[in-house]
Design a protein around this ligand. Structure first.
Ligand code: C2E
Ligand code: MG
Ligand code: MG
Ligand code: MG
Length: 292
């Protein structure tokens, strides 16, 4: 009977919920320990100048070296960190670690590199963001113009007035601002103009089927053209194949990021890549695009 089935469903549901809750609780306490035991690791992926093949900067991408579960990706623990508030100490650690790494590369006399740090929604609206960031830069004696902070469209649109305020504060310090995963959110182009943005990163879902998919090609071209006229640097994310690189190079997309050039790597491995990149090779040559 329906009534019994309902009851069974409820039992099943609550069993599932308590199992889920128990799992979350266990993860929360192990993430808390992970922060204390320094089980978090930063990986780095290069951002490459399309024209020259030169690495201009890196994006820091956090990983959790879990003692039992192995290497965990951000999608497996960032949402939990946001829910529990652990995102606050986690983000402080990430920012500091990323900046320390940039300073370490500077001491090795490598060419100056920018470092991009992903901000979480929760961190972005907190008052301590400006102060904390300023303090970290000051303590490390790092040039603020080498730091880029990545935010998403949804973070910007949640409270545009407040966003403009925060971004202006960061800009005043010399920090550069990037919009991550651009194109999948709901920010209108007229909105975009109001924000002090330095960099747009085209979401990899548009790059995936380029060249080939006419709609994705058109969107990609439009974002590149818009970046040019607004004097915003455009970076294409998720470049995996030479055909994608050629398409982007032909349309003068300034920078690319993706597996084609390098996967995210631990600092030590990335250092080797940096030394090799002192004599970069341009992989494709720009070709004129026929106008229809
Ligand atoms: P994101 O900022 O858009 O970073 C790019 C993601 O795409 C990374 O995934 C990277 O490994 C992946 N990727 C790069 N090139 C390619 C490619 O050619 N093909 C494909 N299929 N994927 C590529 P990852 O490292 O798993 O990070 C996922 C997301 O987690 C990031 O997306 C970012 O939003 C977030 N995240 C990473 N590190 C942090 C952090 O320190 N703090 C916060 N709040 N979020 C972070
Ligand atoms: Mg990012
Ligand atoms: Mg992205
Ligand atoms: Mg993202």
């Amino acid at each position: 009977r329906a009534k019994d089935r309902g009851k069974n469903n409820f039992q099943f549901y609550s069993a599932y919920m308590s199992q889920h809750a128990a799992k979350m609780l266990a993860l929360e306490s192990s993430l808390r320990r992970a922060l204390e035991r320094e089980e978090l690791v930063l990986y780095y992926q290069g951002k490459v100048e399309t024209r020259t093949g030169r690495i201009t900067g890196v994006e820091s991408l956090v990983r959790w070296q879990h003692p039992e579960l192995g290497l965990l990706c951000p999608d497996q623990f960032i949402p939990l960190a946001e829910e529990t508030g652990l995102i606050v100490p986690l983000s402080k650690w990430v920012l500091r670690q990323a900046c320390m790494q940039i300073c370490a590369w500077q001491r090795e006399n490598l060419p100056p590199l920018t470092v991009a740090v992903n901000l979480s929604a929760r961190q972005f609206t907190e008052d301590y963001l400006l102060e904390d960031t300023a303090q970290t830069l000051r303590e490390l004696g790092m040039d603020p113009t080498l730091l880029e902070l990545e935010i998403t469209e949804s973070m910007m649109m949640h409270n545009p007035e407040r966003t403009i305020q925060i971004l202006q504060g960061l800009k005043a310090m010399g920090i550069r601002i990037a919009i991550d995963d651009f194109g999948i959110g709901y920010s209108s182009l007229s909105h975009l103009r109001q924000f002090p943005i330095d960099i747009i990163k085209i979401d990899r879902s548009f790059i995936q089927d380029v060249p080939g998919d006419p709609a994705d090609e058109a969107i990609t071209e439009a974002i590149i053209a818009m970046g040019k006229s607004l004097k915003i640097t455009v970076v294409a994310e998720g470049v995996e194949k030479i055909e994608q690189l050629q398409f982007l190079s032909d349309r003068s997309c300034e920078e690319i990021q993706g597996y084609f050039f390098s996967r995210p790597l631990p600092a030590e491995e990335f250092t080797k890549l940096l030394w090799k990149n002192l004599a970069p090779v341009a992989i494709v040559k720009k070709r004129p695009v026929a106008k229809q």
